[in-house]
Design a protein around this ligand. Structure first.
Ligand SMILES: Cc1ncc(COP(=O)(O)O)c(C=O)c1O
Length: 470
């Protein structure tokens, strides 16, 4: 039966929990979810009503540790009134001015601050609203740059298997996640190529570091040479691939990649959407390797999720061909780029990161988390534990010797996830249990996370008989 919107019950935040759940179930299509998933117990979805620091409260009053900081972005933690106040003040003064004709005071302040904070001479900032838009912009800037400097055939972009760069079409094309394959199928954006990730625990080349001499990065040089350097616009990498399972490259990898790109006139796009703003114990993960990309993408921790905002930042040689004197301009615009309230949120967020020394806190608490997680190695289903700062993964295996992974949709993964949620830990379980909590996490919260994972692994292992195979 078709229901007219006029006859639908109105909901307000004061409606009872059951009414809200029904309304949400009927009308909210959660991302990456079945429709009407909110009321399906096995889907493990919820209505969150409040947050403070690392803690979240759902509509039934149940509390959770936000082990993933939302989707790896609430770096300063939940419930920051200072950010709300900055946004309210800006909204009352000026919320928006045309992204093409004008800039605003908070946008100008933010761009200047980002130029100052980001590595090397990254200095010209294109503001947009999310990580996918930032990556989409980087790809278009790279292609237009190559076109303007006289290489119109340099259109290909090399990404890596396992990486995630976003949900829009070009960003998805250069991503290497398996979700990309179904149900969209190719053709993807023309010229999107993929190489193996520097995933030492599961090396695609069946090599072992350091005897491998970091062959995975030399394979990028080989691909550029094989395709023809005159066809390659850029290589895109996350310094640490979170979606790939927190893949941390060996020390030589990124400096060598920088050399390879320079040798071949290929731009290097460094996607710091997840790793930026303190997540790995440095303001930007690039700093661990002295890396300066030609273009850097930022989002998530830029506002800690208080507003949708992202940035694509370029070095002077990248923007030079677009200068007024050349008669050229960037052929790319988003209506919401540089939205003033979002910029005010980002400025207030960065102020908190700096005032509370959350970058240093991420390094300290990340080291503590990694140390505590080592205690899980006695579990037969724990294959590897790795992390940098507060970007950490516990890799799950059916068998330690063969490293056979669990299928993401396996009963074991579902049981483990349910056990974690039941004990009050929100996180993501795929081939790894991923942990990227707010940077303001306390030692007590770290201890509780490890305790919950320990118990939940034991529940899953007992249920499926893994302990007996030790
Ligand atoms: C490294 C990286 N780049 C880009 C994106 C896309 O960001 P968004 O979801 O804000 O569009 C993501 C999303 O998780 C990401 O992890």
């Amino acid at each position: 039966m078709v229901t007219s919107s006029h006859t639908r019950a109105r909901v307000s935040p004061h409606s009872d929990a059951q009414t809200l759940l029904q309304a949400g179930n009927e009308h909210v299509w959660l991302h990456a979810s079945s429709s009407h998933a909110l009321a399906v117990p096995t889907e493990s979805k919820r209505i969150i009503v409040a947050g403070h620091g690392c803690m979240l409260t759902d509509i039934d009053g149940k509390e959770y540790i936000d082990g993933l900081a939302g989707l790896s972005l609430v770096n300063v933690g939940h419930g920051r009134h200072a950010i709300g106040a900055a946004m309210a003040a800006q909204a009352g003064t000026l919320a928006y001015a045309s992204a093409a004709d004008s800039t605003t005071l908070p946008a100008l302040q933010l761009a200047t601050l980002l130029a100052d904070l980001t590595p090397g001479d990254l200095s010209t900032v294109f503001l947009c609203s999310g990580g996918s838009e930032a990556v989409e912009s980087a790809i278009k800037i790279a292609r237009q740059y190559q076109y303007l400097v006289g290489f119109p055939k340099r259109v290909k972009i090399i990404g890596r298997r396992g990486s995630l760069h976003g949900a829009t079409y070009a960003a998805m094309s250069v991503s290497g996640t398996s979700q990309r394959n179904e149900p969209y199928h190719s053709p993807w954006m023309h010229g999107a190529l993929h190489v193996a990730p520097p995933y030492c625990y599961r090396c695609d080349y069946r090599q072992t570091y350091p005897t491998c001499e970091v062959y995975c990065v030399e394979a990028i040089a080989q691909m550029i040479e094989h395709e023809g350097p005159h066809t390659i616009a850029a290589v895109i990498v996350e310094p640490i691939s979170a979606s790939g399972g927190v893949v941390i490259p060996p020390p030589e990898y990124l400096p060598r990649l920088r050399q390879i790109c320079d040798q071949h006139g290929v731009l290097l796009i460094v996607d710091e959407v997840i790793t930026g703003f303190g997540r790995t114990g440095k303001m930007f993960a690039s700093e661990h390797w002295g890396l300066v990309g030609d273009i850097m993408t930022l989002a998530k921790g830029l506002s800690s999720g208080y507003a949708p905002i992202a940035a694509t930042i370029c070095r002077p040689h990248v923007v030079a061909p677009f200068a007024s004197a050349t008669g050229q301009r960037l052929s790319h615009l988003f209506t919401f780029g540089g939205q003033a309230v979002a910029c005010a949120a980002a400025l207030a967020n960065i102020q908190i990161i700096q005032d509370e020394q959350l970058v240093e806190q991420a390094a300290t608490m990340g080291a503590y988390l990694l140390e505590q997680l080592q205690g899980l190695r006695h579990h037969p289903t724990v294959g590897d534990i790795r992390g940098l700062g507060l970007l950490t993964a516990v890799e799950l295996v059916k068998d330690r010797a063969t490293k056979l992974p669990f299928a993401v949709d396996s009963a074991e993964v579902a049981t483990l996830h349910a056990a974690l949620v039941e004990r009050g830990l929100l996180t993501r379980v795929t081939q790894v249990i991923m942990l990227s909590p707010p940077l303001c996490i306390t030692r007590a919260e770290v201890d509780r996370i490890v305790e919950i994972i320990d118990c939940s692994l034991a529940v899953m292992e007992r249920h499926y008989g893994y302990e007996e195979r030790l």
